[in-house]
Design a protein around this ligand. Structure first.
Ligand SMILES: Cc1cc2nc3c(=O)[nH]c(=O)nc-3n(C[C@H](O)[C@H](O)[C@H](O)COP(=O)(O)OP(=O)(O)OC[C@H]3O[C@@H](n4cnc5c(N)ncnc54)[C@H](O)[C@@H]3O)c2cc1C
Length: 359
């Protein structure tokens, strides 16, 4: 099959990779460079939704987080690069009795929901966290992992190339047609088009999926010069502290539904301060990088996956929002199946039809 992918973010690359593994002739059209969108970032928490009130979405995410280790090991082997993937676990400080009660109940539920493969357990505050942040101890889960997003995008792009995928940078797609798309480079016809153009892709889809609720949510993050290798990631009060394998620590993130410009600004300072207070080893760590990106958000928080109405051969995998890296390889596989009419399984809330029907 001749497959064209629009967008070389993590979802476009994962789709290209899955198709190329099946022998498809794949070309990726990227308006800028590989990973120049939300996928070129620095945070990369691959963290599960809480183990209770189980839903098809939680099951899909669980399976995806479980299979991520093998996927990234294969990708890194093919590319000869490091994605920074590691299942380092996560701790979440407990500050209220109510949070602790819920954590205890979830510990019990996790035994069956996580099939005995991973644990969610309660512990006293570990030494690397400030004791006042976790007066009632912490939850430790062994399912959470981390990846270095910019490195992972590079590794996956190179792995795609080893499978023969062509990646055309600086090739902006302007409009979609029933059997393809066009841009300054001319008109392209394909057996299948996979649109994964992040927050910008919604504009292109608007004539076919007029849901008018899609949006880009700005996020800002920082990279600190501190070596916390060997420690789990920490999550509290909306702030992530991610110890990377390369001896840096990422801090994220703001979540801004209205913003005027896409660059980092002073809003990031409060997030950095919160992380420094949580983990004393970060108190004086120099900031190496301040980074901002626009998270593609579809209806509510769920991805939008499927064929676009009225367009014969055009499919989308969009709306990665805050969980794009954890789901990328699973949805890439879904896309490879979907375009050739093979069976696949996704939660109903991920379908284009669900988004169109108003959820
Ligand atoms: C601060 C921050 C922290 C985050 N932390 C995490 C985290 O901890 N864990 C996690 O899983 N996720 C996290 N995310 C979210 C994650 O980055 C996204 O879910 C994911 O990168 C989205 O991937 P994508 O491929 O859908 O979009 P993108 O990476 O935005 O890729 C879309 C690509 O399409 C290209 N494009 C756009 N328009 C066109 C066009 N017309 N023609 C051709 N190409 C086009 C763009 O240039 C871009 O390269 C974070 C995001 C931010 C901003």
């Amino acid at each position: 099959m001749r497959v064209s992918v629009v967008g070389a973010g993590i979802w476009g690359l994962a789709s290209a990779y899955a198709c190329a593994l099946r022998g498809d002739e794949v070309t990726v059209y990227e308006a800028g460079e590989v990973g120049c969108g939300a996928s070129g970032g620095i945070v990369g928490a691959l963290a599960p939704l809480v183990p209770d009130q189980w839903t098809p979405k939680k099951q899909f995410q669980f399976e995806s987080l479980h299979s991520a280790a093998n996927f990234w090991a294969e990708v890194d082997k093919k590319s000869g690069q490091l994605s920074g993937y590691g299942r380092i676990g996560r701790v979440q400080p407990l500050q209220t009795e109510r949070a602790k009660e819920l954590a205890v109940a979830r510990a019990e539920e996790s035994r069956t929901l996580w099939q005995g493969k991973y644990q969610w357990t309660l512990h006293s505050c570990p030494e690397f966290i400030a004791p006042e942040v976790a007066p009632l101890g912490v939850i430790h889960d062994t399912l959470s992992a981390r990846i270095f997003p910019a490195q992972a995008a590079r590794s996956l792009a190179l792995a795609c190339k080893t499978l023969g995928v062509k990646i055309l940078e600086n090739h902006r797609v302007e409009s979609l047609h029933p059997d393809g798309f066009s841009g300054a480079f001319g008109r392209v016809k394909s057996d299948a088009v996979i649109l994964s153009a992040g927050s910008e892709g919604f504009r292109m889809m608007d004539p076919y999926v007029p849901i008018h609720e899609t949006t880009g949510v700005k996020g800002q993050a920082a990279l600190l010069d501190a070596d916390l290798t060997g420690q789990p990631q920490v999550y509290a009060g909306g702030v992530y502290v991610i110890p990377h394998a390369n001896g840096t620590v990422a801090i994220g993130s703001t979540s801004e539904t209205s913003w005027d410009y896409p660059e980092p600004d002073g809003k990031l300072d409060a997030v950095i301060a919160q992380a420094r207070a949580m983990v004393p080893a970060l108190a004086d760590a120099p900031v190496l990088q301040r980074w901002a990106g626009i998270r593609p958000k579809a209806r509510r928080r769920d991805p939008m996956v499927g064929k676009l109405p009225e367009l014969e051969r055009v499919f989308t995998v969009s709306g990665a929002f805050k969980i794009g890296f954890g789901l990328a390889h699973s949805l890439g596989e879904v896309m490879a199946r979907m375009i050739r009419d093979e069976p696949y399984s996704i939660p109903e809330s991920f379908t284009v039809e669900w988004h169109l029907a108003g959820g």
